[in-house]
Each structure stands twice: as C-alpha cells, then as structure tokens.
Design a protein around this ligand. Structure first.
Ligand SMILES: CC(=O)N[C@H]1[C@@H](OP(=O)(O)OP(=O)(O)OC[C@H]2O[C@@H](n3ccc(=O)[nH]c3=O)[C@H](O)[C@@H]2O)O[C@H](CO)[C@@H](O)[C@@H]1O[C@H](C)C(=O)N[C@@H](C)C(=O)N[C@H](CCC(=O)O)C(=O)O
Ligand SMILES: Nc1ncnc2c1ncn2[C@@H]1O[C@H](COP(=O)(O)OP(=O)(O)OP(=O)(O)O)[C@@H](O)[C@H]1O
Ligand SMILES: N[C@H](CCC[C@H](N)C(=O)O)C(=O)O
Ligand SMILES: [Mg+2]
Length: 495
C-alpha cells in the first residue's frame, strides 16, 4: 500500500493521506484498495462506471471534471474531481510508481512494421550478454519466454508505469517496448525516459484514426521530438528519415540500412551481400563499432530481407548502448523466428511449406510475398483477409499486393469484428484487376486447409494477417482460433 498524497500533489491536487494499492483505469479490473480513474474516452464516459468501481472496493475515485457523475451514488466523498485529468495521468502514474523508466534501460520502437520483431530481437541479443530483458507490445509483456497478453500494443499510461515498476522490481535491466502511433498521440508514453528510440519504417496503416499519412508520420515523429531519447536510431532507407534529419538536429544518431560504405559523421549499422536460402538469410554487416571495418557475416534462420532491417535496427540499439560487438553478432546468428512473424512450418508428408506471418498492411504483405519469392523457388499461395472496424482503404491495396506477388490467392476473414465478413471480402475483391487465380472462402480454417490441399510439396503457402493471434474476433465474440496450431495440425495429419 502506498500513500497517494504526494503523487496527487505532483499534479496540483491537495488531499489528505490515503493509502491505496493500484491506479486502475478500467472499472472491470478494480480490486479492493485500488484507485479508480474515471475519464471521458472516445466512446464512453468513465463516470458511468464509478458506482461499480466503488462497489468493487475502490477506496478513492479520481474523476475528470467533464465526467458525468450520478449524484445519488454512495460514497460521494471518495470522489475527487480533477480538471483535464487525462492530461495529468502520465505525471500522476509515473510519480506513483516511482518513475521506473529512469531506473532501467527503456527502449522505444515506433514505425508501421517491424516493432514486435525489433523489440524481440533487442531482448534476445542483450540476453546473450547476461542482461535480464523484457518486452512490452503486441505479443504481450514480460520476459520474452513468459509473456502476459495485452489488449493494446502500447498500454495506457497507467498500465505502462505499473508494468515498468513491476519489471524493475523483478530486477529487469532492459525493457524494449513498442510505441504505436495511437500510443504517442494519446500520451501513453508521456513521462517515459527512453535510453534509445527507433524508427523502423513508414507505410500505410491506421488512416481511419490519423486521417492522412502526414499526420500519421507526425505521430511517429513525436517519439523523437517530444521524448528526447538518448540514442536516436533511424532507418536510413526510408524516405521520411531524410526529411526528418534535414529538419531536426537529433543528437546521438545511429543510422541503419542497406549499404557497402562506412558513413561519415554518423554511427551506423549497414548490411550487404544478402543471400536468401530455403533455411534463412545470409548477409554481411559493417558497423561503426567494428574497428578496422572487416564486418561480420550473419547466417540466420529468419526469412525475408526486411528482417535484416529489423536486425540492423536491433543491433544499432544494442551496440549503441555499449554491449560487446563480438558477443552480440554471435547471438545474432542464433536468433529464432518470432511467433507468427515469417514463422515457417515444414511438412513430413509431401505437403507445402507454410509460413505464418502478421502482414496486415499492403506494404507488409508485398514484402512478405516478395521475400518468399527469393527464398523458395516454387509457386506461392497467399491466404489473407482484412480486419473489420479498421482502415478500409487498405483492403483493395492488400489485394493488389497479393495479385502482384502471389500465384494463387484465397481471400478469407481476418478479425471481422462488428462488420459483415462478406462486406470486408467484397472490399478486398475490388482491388483485383483479374480474379482468375482468386478464390473466396469466408471461414479462415477452411481457407487455410484449401490452400494446403491445393499446393504441392515444393510450393509455399503464406498465411498472412493474424500471426501470433490465437483468437478470432467475430461480432462481439472472441473464438479460439490459431493459424499456427491449425497449420501444424494440417501438416501433421491429412487435409
Ligand atoms: C480508440 C482508442 O485508441 N481507444 C483507446 C482509449 O480508450 P478510450 O479512453 O477511448 O476508452 P472508452 O472505451 O471510451 O472508455 C472510457 C473509459 O471508461 C473505462 N471503462 C470502460 C468500460 C467499462 O466497463 N469500465 C470502464 O471503466 C475505460 O477503461 C476508459 O478509461 O484508451 C484505452 C487505454 O489506453 C485504450 O485501451 C483504447 O484502445 C482501444 C481498445 C483500441 O482498440 N485501440 C487501438 C485502435 C489501438 O490503440 N491500437 C494501437 C496500435 C496497434 C498497432 O498498430 O500495433 C495500440 O497501441 O494498440
Ligand atoms: N522491417 C519491416 N519492413 C516491412 N515489413 C515488415 C518489417 N518487419 C516486419 N514486417 C512485416 O510486418 C508484419 C508485422 O511485423 P511486426 O509484428 O514485427 O510489426 P509491428 O510493427 O509490431 O506490427 P503492429 O503494428 O501490428 O504491432 C510481419 O509479419 C511482416 O510481414
Ligand atoms: N495492431 C493492428 C493489428 C491488426 C491485426 C489484424 N489481424 C486485424 O485484426 O486487423 C491493428 O489493431 O490494427
Ligand atoms: Mg507489434
């Protein structure tokens, strides 16, 4: 139990001493002794849930002045109204949880694609240097081999400070977290002190929320301009990086990307001599930490040249933080595929190799398919759908990417959420100029089985969009369904 008085003083609220357990933003998660924080959200007024939080044993309620509060509620005296509470939550929770981001190496990774991969790679690379690491992101939070699932890629400011404090208490040295564009615009990482920030790349996604690409890009830029990370790590080959570097004088820059020649005036991690094989990828890396610049050869069981960008980003952070280069490159050779990220499944029964990948944007789908073309000589079948209640504009563009790089396509459902799955599929179908090689199977399990049954042993089936997810959201129901488990079952048995 902690006295919340000094934390409230931090945001200008005078209160008597009150000992409390945790700060909680969602009434459904309140336990006895907690503080319920009621704010107005995009959809709901948190004020509606105050009575329920109090019934569950909340000892204090902090409510935004704009929340509607039922005057007949019991325990009105336990409610403190605060002006613009939403904007003060980061300060309140960082103070309450002891400013944990200042006590460990916190790394923030932003960008449209690659965040989960880069954070997992950073955690694996530093583990080889006896460092206790954790991740926070789409795959969950905690040590990489024992993750607790999360609802959001970047948790709310309160949940985040609580997680960081928990990880600090468990003697975690380094936390690599994904910082989504929603997280940045909603202030979920405010008050976090980053030892390094990484920009992976920018392509179309989330325009339903951000409106246009310029605003989406600016949201990502905030990680660097508003949070003053110690190291600023950028993808040299993404055009927006040049724009940003021309505009802002970021200190301690590290650039990563494809290249043969050392860069002047910048720290760098570059790769070249790329070779894609049926087992993974080979490349040579040169870095500004490599005295004499002889370079390091990498032979790594991961698929896709784009994963070399992810690896270069992870190496930039780890080398930038001062971890020993030889040990780090040795560890890079042993990186394992990340759950549901270009994860291969092989068959012992003359069936095609299957790759489960989380490509859920047009750019990611194109890159995943292009990558497979260079790894595997046979034809490619692509099974994909698009999420409901999300950016509709990307649906036809994903079809175009599939049509360009796949030999056969099966359009199916992703997470339809509250939309009619057939409507989503019909939006996708509008993107094909020719439907000769396109089939539709609305049920995802059937679509995957169909793809495997139609492909030969030297072909490959890419199952895109849901990666690590072990559920499907249909209407307001969440059903158990896992691409990886289903593919394994189909490859092991008959289909
Ligand atoms: C549109 C959006 O971003 N909403 C986020 C926002 O929720 P909100 O404040 O608008 O919530 P609301 O539903 O209006 O509810 C208002 C308040 O009532 C509370 N409540 C609600 C119901 C209840 O029974 N009891 C209760 O106390 C809620 O906890 C909330 O505090 O703040 C919440 C806390 O931070 C987020 O969980 C929530 O993310 C929703 C679930 C979401 O789907 N967000 C997606 C779009 C998102 O953020 N995605 C990004 C990027 C994904 C990626 O590319 O990787 C992510 O970081 O996850
Ligand atoms: N560097 C990259 N460039 C382009 N595409 C990539 C890159 N890295 C991964 N991808 C593609 O994007 C998909 C998602 O990768 P990952 O989960 O690492 O990204 P993310 O940024 O965490 O995504 P999310 O926004 O959903 O959290 C992968 O399955 C792959 O298809
Ligand atoms: N973090 C991304 C993941 C999308 C994954 C895809 N399976 C879907 O449900 O659309 C989002 O929320 O847009
Ligand atoms: Mg992610």
């Amino acid at each position: 139990m902690v006295d919340i008085k000094t934390s409230l003083a931090e945001i200008g609220v005078v209160s008597p001493s009150i000992t409390v357990n945790d700060l909680v933003l969602d009434s459904r998660l309140v336990n006895s002794g907690d503080v319920f924080i009621a704010i107005k959200g995009f959809e709901l007024d948190g004020g509606k849930f105050i009575a329920s939080a109090l019934n569950k044993g909340a000892v204090l309620v902090l409510a935004d002045s704009e929340c509607l509060i039922d005057k007949n509620i019991n325990h009105l005296s336990k409610i403190i109204k605060i002006n613009k509470l939403n904007q003060k939550l980061a300060k309140l929770s960082a103070h309450f949880y002891g400013k944990p981001s200042e006590q460990l190496q916190l790394i923030g990774v932003t960008g449209t694609n690659g965040k989960s991969t880069i954070t997992s790679m950073i955690a694996s690379l530093v583990s080889s240097c006896e460092i206790k690491s954790a991740v926070i992101g789409t795959l969950g939070w905690g040590q990489p081999d024992a993750l607790t699932p999360l609802d959001n890629t970047t948790p709310s400011t309160i949940a985040l400070q609580q997680m960081l404090s928990n990880l600090k208490q468990k003697n975690t040295d380094l936390v690599a977290m994904e910082v989504s564009s929603h997280g940045l615009t909603q202030g979920r990482v405010d008050e976090c002190k980053f030892k390094a920030a990484v920009f992976s790349n920018l392509s179309r996604d989330h325009l339903d929320y951000h409106g246009d690409m310029a605003q989406y890009a600016n949201a990502k830029l905030q990680l660097f301009t508003e949070h003053s990370p110690v190291l600023n790590v950028f993808n040299l080959d993404d055009p927006i990086t040049t724009q940003w570097l021309n505009k802002y004088d970021f200190k301690n820059r590290i650039l990563f990307g494809y290249g043969q020649n050392a860069l002047t005036n910048n720290k760098y991690v570059l790769f070249n001599s790329v070779e894609c094989t049926s087992e993974g990828v080979k490349a040579k890396f040169i870095t500004s930490w490599d005295q004499g610049n002889l370079g390091y050869e990498i032979n790594c069981p991961i698929f896709g040249e784009f994963n070399l960008y992810n690896l270069a980003a992870a190496l930039s952070v780890v080398l930038g933080l001062g971890y020993p280069i030889k040990q780090v490159f040795e560890a890079a050779n042993h990186l394992e595929p990340i759950a549901g990220r270009m994860q291969p499944f092989y068959s012992l029964h003359n069936k095609p190799t299957c790759i489960v990948d989380y490509a859920h944007t047009p750019e990611a789908l194109a890159l995943a398919l292009k990558a497979l073309q260079s790894h595997v000589p046979g034809g490619i079948t692509c099974v994909f759908g698009c999420g409901g209640d999300r950016d509709k504009g990307k649906r036809a563009l994903m079809a175009k990417a599939a049509q360009r790089y796949a030999n056969k396509i099966i359009v199916t459902s992703d997470n339809p959420r509250t939309e009619n799955p057939d409507d989503i599929i019909s939006d996708v179908l509008k993107g094909f100029t020719d439907q000769k090689n396109v089939q539709v199977e609305v049920e995802r399990a059937k679509a995957i089985a169909l793809a495997i049954s139609q492909a030969t042993q030297n072909e490959v089936v890419l199952i895109a969009g849901k990666g690590h997810e072990d559920y499907q959201i249909i209407g307001d129901k969440i059903i158990n369904f896992c691409d990886r488990a289903w593919v394994k079952q189909l490859l092991e048995g008959g289909c």
